[in-house]
Ligand binder design. Structure first.
Ligand code: HPA
Length: 267
């Protein structure tokens, strides 16, 4: 079933596509440039799509980039919609619901996150194996069964880790904790989060992953650690360093995404 609010966007996109995307990529802060890998790109400005919510955050321009990668029809979403911008849950999950309606069945959700585990220096790549919802919100569902207590595809994650190993790209696994933001956490909050078992902290991803998994989309989550979380590194956190680390890991991530997309053809 297609939600009413995405119908206008869907109708605007479909006539422009030669084929429907199977694979989706949500690009986090500082990671928009990853979409450069798309071949024969069709770039759709989200401001041209009826009903598509508008984002405001620097490093998050609103575009959908359709095309192929390694022979697989794909769509990259540039310009994530955060709840701290004032978006409701249904706005924040709009891109996911649109991708699901377009036929996407696998999705990699990326983000920038603060490292809580002491060994997570800026530049660390972490597969998200589980999350803690510290915003205590989540998309409503009346679907059964409710798949949302295990939203990350752990078989795919395991495979992804071994693909990264083969490429010589070091990756870690861990638990992501979602805060509403937009303020960075206090040192006391980070101490609490560490005690709860969180390895990385960020202000996104969880609503999208809950929505996608509930719609039967296989989800792989990947955090780029852009800074030590509050109290664990230098004193002041800022958005510019988040963007800078994104630029530094770009080539590695592009290589990894390419290999992951190629691999999904085989299983
Ligand atoms: N906290 C929350 N969100 C973030 C951080 C952080 O330290 N770094 C990047 N996104």
């Amino acid at each position: 079933m297609v939600d009413d609010d995405i119908r206008g966007s869907l109708e605007a996109i479909l006539p422009q596509l030669d084929e429907r995307p199977l694979f989706g990529l949500i690009l986090g802060s500082g990671l928009s440039d990853l979409a450069e890998v798309v071949e024969n790109a069709l770039v759709v400005e989200t401001s041209d799509l009826p009903g598509y919510p508008h984002g405001t955050v620097q490093g998050h321009q609103g575009r959908l980039v359709f095309g192929r990668l390694e022979g697989v029809p794909i769509v990259f979403v540039q310009g994530r919609l955060h709840m701290y911008e004032g978006h409701s849950l249904s706005s924040a999950t709009f891109p996911i619901r649109l991708l699901a309606a377009l036929g996407v069945s696998r999705m990699i959700v990326t983000n920038a996150a603060g490292g809580i585990r002491a060994s997570f220096a800026p530049g660390t790549l972490m597969w998200i194996t589980d999350h803690i919802n510290m915003a205590f919100r989540g998309p409503h569902t009346n679907r059964t069964p409710d798949r949302r207590s295990h939203p990350y595809d752990l078989n795919w994650t395991k495979r992804a880790k071994s693909i990264a190993d083969e490429l010589g790209i070091q990756t870690e696994e861990g638990t992501y904790i979602w805060t509403l933001g937009p303020s960075y956490e206090t040192r006391a909050e980070i101490r609490m989060f560490a005690g709860l078992g969180a390895d990385a902290v960020g202000m996104s991803t969880v609503p999208e992953v809950l929505e996608a998994s509930q719609r039967g989309i296989k989800v792989l989550g990947l955090s780029t650690i852009t800074n030590h979380a509050a109290g664990l590194g230098h004193e002041s956190l800022n958005h510019e360093e988040v963007l800078e680390v994104g630029r530094q890991v770009k080539t590695k991530l592009q290589q990894l995404i390419r290999a992951l997309v190629r691999d999904t053809e085989s299983h």
